[in-house]
Design a protein around this ligand. Structure first.
Ligand code: MLT
Length: 247
């Protein structure tokens, strides 16, 4: 297994020039897109359609009025073209009662764009602390040769929480007795970053740009601790070639 980590959103446009057909991408947007997508699936959502733009979400809603509109801009639920989205991007909003058997279209600032940037990959996984072990097991059981861990970031900046999660996955993938993966410099850097912070992970994450923003909004502050829970949702969230995420 060869593992590489994309540390910054600035590196995403270059993915379009790469042949990812033999690569599995695992996308991390810990605060909060991929954490929220894993939560949606655990709570019974049928499928999630991640889109980059609000206009794409509204277009799909026009053709499929039954779907739920979800997502954020600046961390808050979207209201666009006079339409209030059904839900924002807090994982705690997506209760079984609201979303069971529903299709949800979501657009967020970085996470959905990072997922879409992996189009063409063999498989794309929405990864988080909530389903980290299940993600590691998927990669090991499928004897994945090339793994690309994508840290979605915040705005144009790196997000410490995403790099820490990528490092934690690296730690799981190297801890087993199996053949040690070949790690790029960026992958080793992410792993070392995690090993240095793992004993005080909540503090390390709480100082990040997006955590600070969420902690300052009373109704969103509990999202930070929620998204740091380990392996509470043992599922694999997989985006297939049709661009839809399912369990
Ligand atoms: C993102 O996509 O950048 C994040 O999910 C933003 C958020 O949820 O606050």
């Amino acid at each position: 297994m060869k593992i590489e980590v994309i540390l910054s959103p600035a590196e995403l446009p270059a993915l379009a020039k790469r042949d990812l057909r033999e690569t599995v991408c695992a996308v991390f947007d810990i605060l909060r897109a991929t954490s929220t997508f894993v939560t949606m699936l655990h709570h019974g959502a049928r499928e999630i359609i991640p889109v980059s733009e609000i206009s794409e979400a509204l277009q799909i809603k026009k053709t499929r009025p039954d779907i739920l509109l979800a997502g954020e801009r600046h961390g808050l639920k979207i209201c666009a073209s006079g339409i209030d989205f059904d839900l924002g991007n807090s994982p705690r909003e997506f209760t079984p009662e609201k979303i069971r058997d529903k299709t949800i279209v979501s657009t967020t600032t970085n996470g959905t764009r990072a997922l879409r940037a992996c189009t063409g990959a063999k498989t794309v996984l929405a990864s988080s602390f909530l389903n980290l072990k299940a993600t590691a097991q998927f990669l090991q059981e499928h004897k994945t040769k090339n793994v690309l861990l994508i840290c979605a970031g915040t705005g144009k900046n790196k997000a410490d929480e995403d790099i820490l999660a990528a490092g934690a996955l690296m730690e799981l993938l190297t801890a087993r007795g199996d053949a040690r993966p070949t790690a790029s410099n960026s992958a080793e850097a992410a792993r070392n970053f995690y090993l240095e912070a793992k004993s005080h992970l909540a503090d390390a994450v709480s100082n990040s740009e997006n955590a600070q923003r969420l902690l300052a909004i009373s109704e969103l502050r509990d999202d930070v601790s929620f998204c740091l829970q380990r392996d509470i949702f043992p599922l694999v969230a997989q985006m297939t070639a049709d661009g839809i995420i399912r369990r």
